[in-house]
Design a protein around this ligand. Structure first.
Ligand code: ADP
Length: 503
């Protein structure tokens, strides 16, 4: 046995977490054998050898881990123990190839663990050749690829979902360069993936909306997600389409934002339908407005005549007719405002007006709208309001008619205005059914009605509070609620008062 002549380096060296085996030319065969066997034991892959009849002759630590057999249990037994019945032909085929001196390419297959569980493995098989050049056995390296297979089928599933989606699913880097483009994106925008991957997303954005991209990237850079953003994009043939976009940051394994994923839904048909419905509502409301105004003036004429004549029955009947006509006028007014608000066409007609005169008008309307309730109002300090008089009147009457609708006849509705140094607080409080916190979040959305009122079958469309909030937004204000179920509701808002102009 040859001994090393100089001080040879032999054995394990650990560098930055990697284990490195160094074999020196000056080592003895014994030392080299020890190192090779350490390499085999340290490997993450199962390294197995067998003789030409398939009897296992060596079995490393990874083989114990992957297949569940200890080396003492399996050495001397047939390799067929590891092969599932349906793959029983594999081993004889490999053996005959090796015997014939043919190369066996690396291949993926299944093997059986001691507990019977099937695992995916990738095999490399090589002949073991003696010093005389004879094939004396077979070595096999088996890598457990079960996790990789799971990940692979997971990502195959994800790409199938992306490809079959009806929505365009696009990804881009932080310079707005498109990195992926699915089939729906091709269908919606008309460009193929080869035309778009590597191009800028700005190609799809109309000139007057290009700043949207900078805004999106800023928000994505902060880790924000942008949901259901309605906008327009241009297709390959130059058509403008309505889309709803949802954008999310894409992060690398360390959590760093490296791109953006975007889902674009073509909402052109929905927008068109909405526009038609909106036009229809606007048209019908407009057509109803004129005859109704005439009807109300006839009722008022008849009412004042019957008051002079003192016929109590006629006065009562005409009073009711006036109430219903008034409710209808409010409803039509709401529909018209609603269709304007939806198209962002609601504009303010600002003027200065006396708070006290305005409140008196509101209260006399409230007495007509809620004849069965107790309206409480204490006159406040005089001030000049700078607002759209009609629209703020509409806000208060909406709150008042809701207060009456959602509380028992005979209960009290309190209307207040409090003049502060810079602003005026308006409020309407009722003693009615109240609103749960869960419902309060959605009350200002179009067509939202609480489950409570739906179950109690109170009539309504769910557009009143949407309008209230849109009108107040245009005034730079907002509606606030304090309410709980069964305890009544208080709706309030602030408007700035014009202290420079005296009344
Ligand atoms: P509508 O009254 O036609 O349903 P609104 O937009 O005016 O539509 O109101 C939306 C919903 O808010 C109502 O359906 C009701 O559930 C709730 N709501 C509004 N005002 C009150 C109130 N004063 N008390 C209880 N619930 C209310």
């Amino acid at each position: 046995m040859e001994k090393s002549k100089t001080k040879g380096i032999a054995g394990r060296r650990e560098a930055g977490g990697d284990v490195e085996f160094v074999v020196s030319a000056y080592q003895t065969a014994e030392e080299r054998g020890a190192i090779l066997s350490a390499i085999v034991q340290c490997s993450d892959d199962a390294i197995i050898s067998k003789d030409l009849s398939g009897i296992i002759t060596s079995w490393n630590g990874a083989a114990e881990r992957i297949f569940g057999y200890l080396s003492s249990e399996i050495i001397g037994r047939s390799i067929m123990l590891l092969i599932p019945d349906e793959l029983a032909d594999e081993e004889p085929a490999i053996l005959s190839k090796i015997r014939a001196g043919e190369r066996v390419e690396n291949f993926d297959t299944k093997r059986k663990r001691k507990d019977g569980q099937l695992i995916d493995v990738s095999l490399t098989i090589s002949p073991v050749i003696s010093s005389q050049g004879n094939i004396i056995g077979i070595s096999k390296i088996a890598r457990d690829i079960t996790q990789w297979k799971v990940a692979q089928s997971h990502s195959a599933m994800l790409s199938a979902i992306i490809e079959s989606s009806y929505d365009a699913i696009i990804s881009k880097d932080l310079n707005s360069i498109i990195t992926s483009w699915n089939l729906a994106a091709e269908r919606i925008f008309g460009y193929s993936s080869s035309e778009m991957i590597g191009s800028s997303i700005l190609k799809l954005i109309p000139m007057d909306r290009q700043q949207e991209e900078t805004l999106f990237l800023n928000r994505i850079g902060l880790g924000e997600r942008i949901e259901h953003f309605e906008t327009q994009r241009i297709t390959k043939n130059g058509n403008l389409i309505d889309v709803s976009l949802t954008l999310s940051p894409v992060r690398d394994g360390n959590g760093k934002i490296i791109g953006v994923s975007k889902i674009a839904r073509d909402i052109t048909a929905r927008k068109f339908e909405e526009m038609r419905r909106n036009d229809f509502i606007a048209f019908v409301s407009h057509e109803l407005k004129t005859p109704l105004t005439t009807l109300r003036s006839y009722i008022q004429l008849a009412l004042s005549k019957s008051r002079n004549q003192g016929d109590r029955f006629i006065i009562q009947v005409l009073g009711r007719a006036e109430l219903q006509a008034k409710k209808m006028t409010n409803m039509i007014h709401s529909f018209l405002e609603f269709s304007r608000a939806k198209e962002n066409k609601m504009a303010l007609n600002l003027s200065r007006f006396s708070l006290l005169e305005f409140m008196e008008e509101i209260i006399s309307e409230a007495l007509i709208l809620a004849p069965d309730h107790l309206i409480r109002y204490e006159s406040c300090k005089e001030a000049t309001v700078w607002a759209d008089r009609d629209k703020i009147g509409h806000v208060l009457l909406n709150l008042l008619s809701n207060a009456a609708k959602y509380s028992d006849p005979g209960s009290q509705i309190e209307v207040k205005c409090i003049v502060g140094s810079h602003d005026i607080e308006f409020s309407v409080a009722d003693q009615g059914i109240g609103i749960s916190l869960a419902d309060q979040k959605y009350l200002f959305e179009r067509f939202y009605r609480s489950n409570e009122v739906n179950s109690q079958k109170v009539n309504g469309f769910g557009i009143g509070l949407y309008l209230v909030s849109e009108i107040l937004k245009l005034h730079g204000s907002r509606i606030e609620i304090a309410s709980s179920p069964g305890k009544g509701s208080l709706f309030s808002f602030f408007l700035s008062c014009d202290d420079k102009a005296g009344v």
